[in-house]
Design a protein around this ligand. Structure first.
Ligand code: DGL
Length: 258
């Protein structure tokens, strides 16, 4: 699909960002690609994630996309700098954990950042942490295994609740380390946000970076003069996946309509 805005994730999680992109740019066409065959990215080496992300981005460019949103915190932390250096004039926007709004809403309080092991160990995250560590008590928490519940369509399962109860136990309402906010630093996690809220308790505020990412994509396209001038065009969304699983496209559609 020529002149589409390409949206990339390691799997189906990036659909949480796609939804925000469509909301902010309803007259644009979108091409979503989830690399579920190679997911999870969050437990791979940085080099491997970088290679897969660069390959996907360059393929979108060859196909005539007018911009690329890397709707994956893990892929962004591993590859966005290299991609921007290689293609300085092409609109490429990545997502990062929404720490800024979280510390603004929870000053001086405990803020949990849930993300993949790669995102948390990468330099990009450490720089982000340094910027805000004076403003709140930020607690990075890797959650290996959490994205799989979304990838397998098990967003309302007993196993998911057991996993979250164990992972989040110290940070629940009433516990000594109770958190005031939680940042969903992986694009799969918004699809289990209701379960995270249930486990942590109703006072924990939840933040994710999709709105800011979509805004930045829109701004970059605007600056490049690439936004569709036809305001009456009803944008299309096309889903693609590297997964051989025939149910994957149905899961993508279901998450998109959720
Ligand atoms: N959706 C990806 C993110 O935002 C991570 C999932 C994975 O481990 O592949 O970080």
């Amino acid at each position: 699909m020529k002149d589409a805005i390409a949206v990339f994730d390691s799997g189906v999680g990036g659909i949480s960002v796609l939804r925000e992109l469509v909301k902010q740019m309803p007259n644009e066409d979108f091409l979503f690609f989830g690399d579920s065959l190679h997911a999870p990215y969050g437990t791979k080496t940085t080099e491997e994630v970088r290679r897969l992300t660069i390959e996907a981005t360059e393929k979108f460019m060859e196909e005539g996309a007018k911009g690329v949103t890397i709707a994956c915190n893990t892929a962004t932390s591993a590859a966005v700098r290299v991609l921007r250096e290689r293609y300085p004039h092409f609109p490429i926007v990545g997502i990062e954990p929404a720490l800024k709004p979280a510390v603004e809403h929870c000053p001086g309080k405990r803020v949990l950042v849930l993300a993949t092991p790669v995102t948390i160990r990468e330099e990009k995250f450490h720089k982000l942490l340094n910027r805000y560590e004076e403003d709140a008590l930020v607690i990075p928490l890797p959650a290996p295994g959490l994205m799989e519940f979304v990838e397998e369509g098990k967003t309302h399962s007993l196993e998911l609740m057991e996993y979250l109860e164990k992972l989040l136990d110290p940070y629940k309402k009433g516990k000594p380390d109770e958190v005031a906010g939680v940042v969903l630093g992986c694009t799969h996690y918004p699809f289990v946000a209701d379960s995270i809220q249930k486990v942590l308790g109703d006072s924990a505020m939840i933040f994710d970076g999709s709105e800011g990412t979509a805004r930045e994509m829109r701004r970059r396209l605007d600056v490049a003069g690439k936004l569709n001038p036809d305001k009456n065009h009803k944008g299309k969304v096309v889903f693609t996946t590297s997964s051989p699983d025939p149910g994957k496209l149905d899961l993508m559609e279901a998450l998109y309509r959720k």
